[in-house]
Design a protein around this ligand. Sequence first.
Ligand SMILES: [Cu+2]
Length: 295
Amino acid sequence: MALATSFLLVGACTQDERAEPATDAAPPATSELMPEPVQELEIDATEYSFTISPDPAGGLRAGWTLLKFHNTGDEPHQVMFARIKDGVDMSELAAAGAGDSSGAGAIEFVDMIGGVSYIGPGQDTTAMVDLSEGLVMAMCYVPDEHGVAHALMGMSTSMTVAPADGAASPSTGTGEHVVGSIELSEDGYLLPDEMGAGWYHVVNTDDALHELSLLRLDGPLDDGGAAQLVDDLAANRPPEVALEAVGGMGAISAGFDGYLYLDLADGDYLAVDFMPDPGDPRPHMLDGYFGEFSI
Ligand SMILES: [Cu+2]
């Protein structure tokens, strides 16, 4: 699915379909407006690096940042943004992250501020993250076939975010409405009843780090199927059931939020959380942080 393109077209319609009466043009589901982005980044991901344009070295400002993420490689990729906490000793952080494909060792040093969960080769996805002033890392923690996180093979880059310039008012939205909210709660994912195309506000109300990784399934899972699939994913084994990674929201720390553009085809999905707790590589999905849903 070309989400970046469908975002601009407001619906994944072909030319012919757009000539039809727009009976399925869903009205805004909420009164919440999208924030106005202060900048936009195009991010191409491949083995094993990001190409970001415009070049972040040219200056990034704090504030909501529109991400248009393209997997131009041959493996699945993601981008997660981690803001280094003030006062962190960078050599200590580097030592904590070295050789740790789970990322668990480095989590205590950062606030995870979102991004996009992994998508397959040739796929695109769109999200919005709130960059905060300071040093921010963009990273991919998708494992290769040997279980080594891409970030440990060079798929990690640091960016300096300057203070907001004060020109953008938080009350000035894009005019687009949020169609629904997705809560990463202490009891798991809370999804809207309707999951039509549009922007979703993703909020972590728990006191732990979570991500929303969305996997499209061939059909509904049978009894125990979800648990088996989660076991396979956690072990980096090829799953027995066919699935397609369709993105989602990259990891966000407790109390943080982001926006995600979704245009999911009808079907069955599994939402999973690959994130661990600080210092413990066990992914949350093995402790039940996953959920099936259908569209
Ligand atoms: Cu990657």
